[in-house]
Design a protein around this ligand. Structure first.
Ligand code: O7E
Length: 216
């Protein structure tokens, strides 16, 4: 079954903990990014891991020189099960993160093409090359857009067995039915606002889980 990753982009600690408690029976993984960590601190990652016992991926879209990437990865992977990085900074920068992740048995997920409209400007023209780099480096997952199913399909064909983490369903208007025809077991959709901003995050997470179970 395709997995459900909750993007927990709220900026209030109590709200974050509440949403995790409410939705945890329907979600497979939680993505924590800058909004929540900057509003609280990195220890929120540990707290949510302990509360939920789910896979926790830190979305810091790390994009620096190797030695700085290494420091960010070390700090993040003390608590998180995986970290998201950019590939456009080059092979050495991604490898630096992979080295830290391997020592700790953690995941590295690399962005190829992003889901927002502006990603067609600079990212889309190099996204297939980034996907090839992801495959060469053997990263644990790649990010590819649910908002452009034809691009999602192309990137999936390039990376083969590597798992896809796909944002864009819900608030960004991605078509879940089309996306589910492309994704396979152990790929993920990422859903944020249409769960945490809905009247009932629990019901919304349940609805997505059921759609994934029934393959729409
Ligand atoms: O649109 P939402 O509210 O469902 O949230 C989507 C989440 O996925 C949000 O955290 C955003 O930062 C993230 N995201 C994208 O929306 N598009 C991308 O191309 C990439 C990401 C992302 O998470 O990158 C790393 C996986």
């Amino acid at each position: 079954m395709v997995k459900l990753m909750l993007a927990l982009d709220v900026m209030d600690k109590n709200k974050a903990l509440e949403i995790v408690k409410e939705t945890s029976e329907y979600i497979d993984a939680i993505k924590i990014g800058y909004p929540l960590v900057l509003a609280t601190d990195l220890k929120i990652v540990k707290e949510i891991k302990e509360l939920s016992n789910k896979e926790i991926i830190c979305d810091f879209k790390v994009a620096d020189i190797p030695s700085t990437n290494e420091k960010i990865a070390k700090l993040t992977l003390q608590y998180a099960d995986g970290i998201i990085c950019h590939g456009f900074v080059g092979e050495d920068s991604v490898k630096a993160i992979q080295n830290i992740a391997k020592e700790n048995n953690k995941k590295v997920i690399m962005v190829t093409e992003m889901s927002h409209p502006g990603a067609v400007m600079f990212m889309q023209p190099i996204a297939n090359e980034l996907a090839k780099l992801a495959k060469k480096l053997g990263v644990d997952g790649v990010v590819a857009p649910s908002t452009r199913p034809e691009r999602l399909k192309e990137i999936k064909e390039i990376v083969g067995e590597i798992s896809i983490i796909s944002p864009g369903i819900g608030a960004q208007g991605g078509d879940l039915e089309k996306v589910l025809r492309i994704l396979s077991n152990d790929d993920y959709i990422i859903v944020g606002r249409s769960i945490y901003n809905s009247e009932s995050p629990k019901e919304s997470a349940k609805m997505y889980k059921e759609k994934l179970k029934n393959n729409f």
